[in-house]
Ligand binder design. Structure first.
Ligand SMILES: [Zn+2]
Length: 134
């Protein structure tokens, strides 16, 4: 794991991400492995039967897992906002100045079974603040 140099901007982002994730972890009480009743994909779901991404208010195209909500994660796979937060939280990741690589762990694979054969997710943030998976 490469230790990322943290500047003031990153610190603010990290604090915001920690707040967001803390709120989410209170809200997202995953209860079982199943199928999300919104996006229809295999997921670890909360007690409303929703995956992490749908539970967080993103609009996900059923059966494809592509985010349709306008904004930062539009047109990306449903696991990208989660993996981006892992990076902002200082999770197992590296940043070469262009791309951010986040390692996929057991819990990530449980949340998003489509990551089961993946070892990492590589993303970058564009000048306009949109996050794209490479
Ligand atoms: Zn879902």
């Amino acid at each position: 794991m490469v230790k990322k140099r943290v500047n003031e901007m990153d610190e603010r982002k990290i604090e915001k991400a920690i707040d967001t994730l803390t709120e989410r972890s209170d809200e997202f009480q995953g209860v079982s492995d199943g199928v999300c009743n919104v996006c229809k994909l295999k997921s670890f779901v909360d007690n409303h039967g929703q995956c992490w991404t749908c539970s967080d208010g993103y609009v996900v195209r059923p059966n494809s897992g592509v985010i349709m909500s306008p904004g930062k994660f539009e047109a990306e796979s449903r696991y990208v906002p989660y993996m981006w937060d892992v990076y902002l939280m200082g999770g197992s990741s590296s940043d070469d100045g262009v791309n951010v690589t986040v390692q996929v762990d057991k819990d990530d694979k449980r949340l998003f079974p489509e990551l089961r054969r993946r070892r990492s997710v590589v993303m970058y943030e564009s000048d306009t603040g949109l996050v794209n998976e490479v």
